[in-house]
Design a protein around this ligand. Structure first.
Ligand SMILES: Nc1ncnc2c1ncn2[C@@H]1O[C@H](COP(=O)(O)OP(=O)(O)O)[C@@H](O)[C@H]1O
Ligand SMILES: Cc1cn([C@H]2C[C@H](O)[C@@H](COP(=O)(O)OP(=O)(O)O)O2)c(=O)[nH]c1=O
Length: 199
C-alpha cells in the first residue's frame, strides 16, 4: 500500500471548488479508489467561528490567521494524515494556499504563511487552481443564491486571485479555467489526476 495522495482545490470563491472536488471524488470512487473529501474551514470549532465571522464581520487579522492555523492543525492531525497513512486519496476543498491568498491579501507575507503551514501540513501532490475572473466568480455566487460575504468583496478577491495565479509556475500546481461547461472542466481535472496516479 502506498502512502496515499493529497489533492487540493484552490481558487477564489465561486470558481467551482466544491462542485469539482465532489465530482472528482465520485469519479475516483467509481474507479475503485478509496477517497476522503473534505473542506476548510472545517466543521470543527475553529472552522465554525471562522464561518460565523464571514457573515458577521471579520476577526482581527492576527486572530483570523491564528484560527485558520488552529483549524488546519486539527484537520491534519485528525483527518488528513491518518487518511493518507491508510493509503487513501484525500481531496481538499481549500488548504493552506487559501491562507496564503486570503490572509496574504490582508497584509501578511504569503511566503511566511506558507512556511508556517508547511511546518505541520503535508505538501499536496497536486494543487488544482480553479480560475475565473472576479466578475464571473461573483456572478456564480449570486446565481448560487448566496449574497457575497465579508471574504467575497471584489477588491479582496482580485488580490487573492493574483496570489493564486502566482503559484502556477510551481511543478505540482495546475491551473484549470472554470469558464467552460461543468462536464468539460471535470474531464480536464480527471485527466490531470489520472496522470498523477499513473506516475
Ligand atoms: N463549469 C461550470 N459552469 C457553470 N457553473 C458552474 C461550473 N462549475 C460550477 N458551477 C456553478 O457555480 C457555482 C459555484 O460553484 P461552487 O462549486 O459552489 O464554487 P466554490 O466551491 O469554488 O465556491 C455553483 O452554483 C455551481 O453549480
Ligand atoms: C481555508 C481558508 C479559507 N479562507 C476564506 C475563504 C472563504 O471566503 C472563506 C470561507 O470558505 P468557503 O470555502 O467559502 O467555505 P463555506 O463555503 O463552507 O462557507 O474562508 C481564508 O481566508 N483562509 C483560509 O485559510
Amino acid at each position: 500500500m502506498n502512502q496515499g495522495y493529497c489533492i487540493a482545490f484552490e481558487g477564489i470563491d465561486g470558481t467551482g471548488k466544491s462542485t469539482h472536488s465532489n465530482r472528482l471524488a465520485q469519479s475516483l470512487r467509481e474507479k475503485g479508489y478509496e477517497v476522503v473529501v473534505d473542506h476548510e474551514p472545517t466543521n470543527g470549532p475553529w472552522g465554525r467561528k471562522l464561518r460565523e465571522s464571514a457573515a458577521t464581520g471579520r476577526l482581527s487579522s492576527e486572530q483570523e490567521l491564528e484560527y485558520f492555523l488552529n483549524d488546519r492543525k486539527q484537520h491534519v492531525e485528525e483527518l488528513i494524515q491518518p487518511s493518507m497513512a491508510a493509503g487513501k486519496i484525500v481531496i481538499l476543498d481549500r488548504y493552506y494556499f487559501s491562507t496564503m491568498a486570503y490572509q496574504g491579501a490582508r497584509g501578511f507575507d504569503p511566503v511566511e504563511i506558507r512556511k508556517m503551514n508547511e511546518e505541520f501540513a503535508p505538501v499536496p501532490d497536486l494543487v488544482v487552481i480553479m480560475d475565473l475572473t472576479v466578475d464571473d466568480a461573483l456572478a456564480r455566487i449570486g446565481a448560487r443564491g448566496d449574497i457575497a460575504n465579508e471574504f467575497e468583496k471584489r477588491d479582496n478577491l482580485e488580490k487573492c486571485r493574483e496570489i493564486f495565479l502566482g503559484l502556477v509556475p510551481e511543478k505540482f500546481v495546475r491551473l484549470v479555467s472554470s469558464n467552460a461547461p461543468e462536464a468539460e472542466v471535470s474531464a480536464r481535472i480527471d485527466t490531470l489526476v489520472d496522470q498523477l496516479l499513473a506516475d
